[in-house]
Design a protein around this ligand. Structure first.
Ligand code: TRP
Length: 480
């Protein structure tokens, strides 16, 4: 049985539902804060335009031509083009990346759900910044609570995917996305009058290259080497590149999967433009809603993943009707996360159904259970347990303080997936679409709607996007 979206707009809703999620509202503001603001945003926007756009077109085109889960789509398309069957590995690594991302995504989405209940209880009313912080601590320092919320979120995700594409996904997104957008605009207006708006604009849109290229401590001071020189780092560039993939759901086959349910006659150029613009606008709005509150309350923009849980509740606690608006905001964010989670898990489920003959329900439950287990790693990370700590508790005192051992498992999984696996996946997708596939087959997907953009896309996907991604990676390994 072959599914197809019931209309063009349901595809848009589902793809926007996939793209818009915790990435825009939770992750984008905190990584922008950590990596110094302006230049980070600039780097991210450049990556969206030069890499995100062409690769999204490529994923939709490939998916629609292959009409199956990414593993089988890649197998079939490489067969058709006379390419090596090993291209299917792209589908495999995509499924792995999707499951790893969902493992921590679900923990954070669980926190969001917890916060919608907290907001509705009125607990944020008239709190000070310290009060809000201790409310957050009472959640993240208690693994049992996080575990409970993570379990709830994973169960809801499994239920939604088990119902299938039409039943589950389309219904959820069609009215929640617009509602989330409206409430974000409202929060931006609130932030405009908060007194910190100008500072937020400066922070977000004035590029300060030093903050981006030189390593800084958690307190924001530059780290120095033995000669008293600042230490150069490529990490922010990798994070910006990775986030461009993450926020657009690219590089692991989610959009390819959704493209496979898309009708032949729809213009993929138009679809891509709509998805990318909406996603970018939502991220920028989230920044404009959050950073003014950071500055007016003297918070540190670089506090990390807890940023939205510390700033927005302050605002909800002091505005008229804040209990209602706060509850609504976190509830909508929960649904935005759910529609993204569905797209992270769908490629694996579709593959289990197609190739292993499983029933949708069984495939959903099993995949959900595996991801739930991996999520435990993130839960233990929330109390600050690093990889070094874990090794020490297993093997005795080892003095593991350097490099990777300083990071939590959550940080490692996040960096590995978003900054490494997704860009490499995207690189391979663009090479496949630009070099392996016959020009005839890709051109057909662009059809008459997009005949003028096809040549531009072809150059982008052949040369520009892969070279840019490769350059970032070669730089890091010091080869370039
Ligand atoms: N784009 C989503 C967000 O910003 C997350 C997401 C959904 C995703 N599907 C994905 C990220 C596929 C990478 C790959 O929250």
């Amino acid at each position: 049985m072959k599914h197809e979206w019931s209309s063009k707009s349901t595809f848009i809703l589902a793809a926007v539902g996939s793209a818009v999620g915790l990435g825009n509202i939770w992750k984008f503001p905190y990584i922008t804060g950590e990596y110094g603001g302006g230049v980070f945003i600039l780097a991210y926007l450049v990556c969206i335009a030069l890499i995100g756009l062409p690769i999204m077109l490529a994923e939709i085109a490939l998916g629609r031509r292959g009409k199956q889960s990414p593993v089988n789509t890649m197998t079939q398309l490489s067969l058709e083009a006379g390419g090596h069957p090993a291209w299917r590995i792209l589908g495999w690594s995509g499924m792995l990346a999707g499951c790893l991302i969902l493992s921590y995504y679900s923990v954070i989405a669980g926190e969001v759900l917890a916060y919608s209940f907290r907001a509705s209880s009125g607990i944020f009313n008239h709190q000070t910044a310290d009060g809000i912080k201790s409310i957050l601590n009472s959640l993240v320092s208690e693994p049992e609570k996080l575990l409970a919320w993570h379990t709830i979120f994973m169960s809801i995700t499994v239920l939604a995917v088990a119902k299938g594409v039409r039943g589950g996904i389309e219904k959820t997104v069609s009215f929640l996305m617009p509602a989330l957008f409206i409430i974000l605009v409202f929060l931006v207006f609130y932030a405009m009058n908060s007194g910190g708006f100008q500072q937020a604009l400066d922070f977000m849109f004035t590029p300060d290259a030093d903050k981006f290229f030189y390593a800084r401590s958690e307190l924001g001071q530059y780290l120095m080497d033995a000669n008293g020189e600042k230490i150069f780092t490529w990490k922010p560039m990798m994070v910006a590149l990775g986030h461009a993939f993450f926020t657009l759901s690219l590089g692991m086959g989610a959009i390819m999967m959704y493209g496979s349910y898309l009708n032949r006659h729809v213009s993929i150029g138009q679809m891509t433009l709509i998805i990318v613009s909406l996603d970018t606008v939502v991220a920028l709005l989230a920044g404009l809603a959050i950073f003014p509150l950071v500055f007016v309350n003297d918070l540190n923009p670089a506090i990390g993943p807890g940023l939205i849980f510390e700033t927005l509740p302050l605002a909800f606690g002091s505005m008229a009707g804040g209990t209602f608006i706060g509850t609504l905001f976190f509830t909508l964010l929960f649904f935005a996360a759910l529609s993204s989670a569905i797209s992270l898990i769908e490629p694996t489920i579709a593959w289990l159904i197609e190739s292993k003959g499983m029933r949708r329900i069984k495939a959903s439950v099993w995949t959900g259970v595996v991801i739930w287990f991996i999520g435990l790693a993130t839960i233990f990370s929330m109390t600050g347990t690093t990889l070094g700590d874990i090794f020490e508790s297993l093997f005795g005192d080892m003095e593991l303080k350097a490099g990777i051992f300083n990071y939590t498992l959550f940080q490692i999984i996040d960096f590995l997936t978003a900054s490494i696996m997704l860009p490499i996946g995207g690189l391979l997708i663009s090479i496949f679409a630009g070099w392996v596939m016959e020009q005839d087959s890709t051109e057909r997907e662009f059809s008459f709607h997009n005949r003028y953009i096809y040549p531009v896309w072809h150059v982008m996907v052949r040369y520009v996007s892969p070279l840019l991604v490769a350059m970032v990676f070669l730089n890091i390994t010091g080869l370039f």
